[in-house]
Design a protein around this ligand. Structure first.
Ligand code: R5P
Length: 293
């Protein structure tokens, strides 16, 4: 029986020493193939090394989420201000104009609805179809500690294998069940497992205590998940802290599309992520843009 890591000594994360990235701007990506690096460079801005990804894939398990009822009317116009869009193939093909050249991060898992056990997912998109849609990355949930943990991890390793075959990076989303503790210890475990098993990008939640240990111990870029709608200043502060503490950007949905002024919020998050705009100034920017709208 393998032993759990029960060493008594304090762990050393060297949070203040960034991992070296020889030959490429993103950590963990130096040895990847040209196509993979090119796709990553479309998602992450090579100058800042960061991204503002816009998550609108909620419908794949919870139907027409508040703010996403009419993607054609309210969401498509916002896509032009994002660095990348994360969505399902149904919405891409029915609603997004093919002339939009933003990199697409394609939701490739699904199965259970909000009415059932969410960790019971399967892969739900073929790699051939992902290629047909010219995606920049493929993505799925990984439920570490969830009821169907092994299935979701194997979904990920299969997706990683398919992606590697064609130079398409996989983004693993660390999903948190209702009863799970959201702390640094849990997210270090979840993120590291996903990276060790091959994901090239990890999307995970921000925690106020020890987030830098999560980014430091994960050898691939982490993007911060937005989570449920919170006050604007709190959301901007969370995004600011995440990038200061080692995240390579954000993947936000509800805190953008459920904001009173979504376009203002998107533009402000962009400044926070790429230009390190501080939270108080960012709030000011948001209010100014909101009033202009
Ligand atoms: C994970 O469950 C999905 O990717 C979500 O649909 C999406 O990431 C949620 O984004 P947010 O929490 O920022 O609304």
């Amino acid at each position: 029986m393998p032993e759990a890591d029960s060493a008594k000594g304090e762990k050393k994360f060297y949070e203040d020493v960034p991992m070296k990235t020889p030959g490429f701007f993103l950590k963990g990506a130096s040895s990847l193939d040209w196509g993979m690096k090119n796709r990553l460079s479309r998602i992450f801005n090579p100058d800042s090394g960061r991204t503002v990804m816009f998550a609108i894939d909620h419908g794949y398990f919870q139907g027409p989420t508040t703010g996403l009822e009419r993607i054609d009317l309210t969401i498509v116009p916002l896509m032009y201000y994002a660095d990348a869009i994360m969505l399902t193939r149904g919405i891409l093909r029915t609603t997004v104009p093919p002339s939009l050249t933003k990199p697409v991060v394609m939701r490739c898992s699904g199965g259970p609805s909000i009415l059932k056990e969410l960790s019971n997912e399967e892969l739900a998109v073929d790699i051939e179809d992902a290629i047909r849609m010219n995606v920049a990355a493929i993505t799925l949930q990984v439920f570490i500690g969830g009821e169907f943990e092994t299935r979701s991890v194997h979904n990920m390793t299969r997706l990683v294998d398919m992606g590697l075959r064609y130079g398409i990076p996989t983004m693993a989303v660390t999903a948190v069940g209702k009863d799970m503790v959201r702390d640094a210890r849990y997210f270090r475990l979840a993120c590291r497992i996903c990276a060790e098993l091959g994901a090239q990008i990890i999307k995970t939640y921000y925690v106020p205590d020890g987030f830098e240990t999560i980014t430091a111990s994960c050898p691939v870029p982490i993007v911060m998940a937005g989570g449920k709608k919170i006050p604007v200043l709190d959301a901007l502060t969370m995004a600011y802290n995440a990038v200061q503490e080692g995240a390579s950007g954000v993947d936000m949905g509800r805190n953008i599309f459920q904001a009173e002024a979504p376009e203002a919020m998107m533009k402000t998050v962009h400044k926070v992520v790429h230009e390190n705009l501080k939270p108080a100034e960012a709030l000011e920017m948001y209010e100014t843009l909101k009033n202009q709208d």
